[in-house]
Design a protein around this ligand. Structure first.
Ligand SMILES: N[C@@H](CCC(=O)N[C@@H](CS)C(=O)NCC(=O)O)C(=O)O
Length: 225
């Protein structure tokens, strides 16, 4: 591999994972070139597990050896390098609100989402109860979006990109039911993000790196010979 690519971070990702999606969105917005390695959850590469034994994606391995293995930290790292669209909140007060809101949704919304989507993976779980709990949380987002096109500002910022991959997953469990909810602002917000060029560009399908050994430059999809 030429010197240029040797200095790119290595980025382990899984296309359908909402955490990996938000990391890809930020890396792409920051135009931070990486070598992307698509993984399969049931057959994770040894190289990734050696870097991050907890075995979750996404994982970013920086040229100086630093391992970043939490999706929000990857977003903050990428935007810390370059934030051309101004996703990071500028005001200290906003930063606190944004981080608290993301943490709340990562914990509570995700808890209910998992039990709604996969009730059989848990004992004594009523999926519809968890759907209803998650819906209550979404009604809070609807309230915010009633007054503003995006969650913090008119334009999309960190919080929108951190949360919408999870709302997408929730909506996709039963799309007909989701579309019938009385949340027009939330539905419009989700549709806008799903149809965006940025989102479509980070959803390119790659074969697993374990099978191909290919070096893919992301963002950009270039395969290095
Ligand atoms: N807190 C982690 C969570 C990442 C996570 O749980 N990713 C899932 C895939 S969506 C995973 O890798 N699960 C491990 C497995 O299923 O083996 C983050 O934000 O990066």
């Amino acid at each position: 591999m030429s010197e240029k690519y040797a200095n790119y971070p290595v980025f382990y990702s899984f296309r359908r994972c909402p955490y990996a999606m938000r990391a890809r969105l930020a890396i792409s917005a920051a135009r931070q070139k990486c070598i992307l390695r698509e993984i399969v959850l049931r057959d994770k590469p040894e190289e990734m597990l050696a870097l991050s034994p907890k075995g979750t994606v996404p994982v970013l391995h920086l040229p100086d050896g630093t391992v970043v293995d939490e999706s929000l930290d990857i977003m903050l790292w990428a935007l810390g390098q370059n934030d051309p669209q101004g996703w990071l909140p500028l005001e200290k007060g906003d930063q606190k609100v944004v981080m608290e809101l993301i943490a709340f949704h990562d914990e509570t919304f995700k808890f209910h989402l998992d039990r709604y989507k996969y009730p059989n993976r848990y004992q004594n779980v009523d999926g519809l109860y968890h759907r209803s709990e998650a819906e209550t949380i979404l009604s809070g987002l609807e309230e915010r979006l009633r007054y503003c096109e995006n969650l913090l500002d008119k334009r999309p910022t960190l919080i929108d990109f951190a949360l919408f991959p999870f709302v997408r997953q929730f909506a996709n469990v039963d799309r007909v039911w989701f579309d019938a909810l009385p949340y027009p602002h939330l539905q419009r917000w989700l549709e806008t993000h799903l149809a965006s060029g940025l989102f479509l560009s980070v959803m390119t399908k790659y074969r697993p790196w374990k099978e191909t050994g290919e070096r893919i430059v992301f963002p950009g999809e270039k395969i290095i010979p």
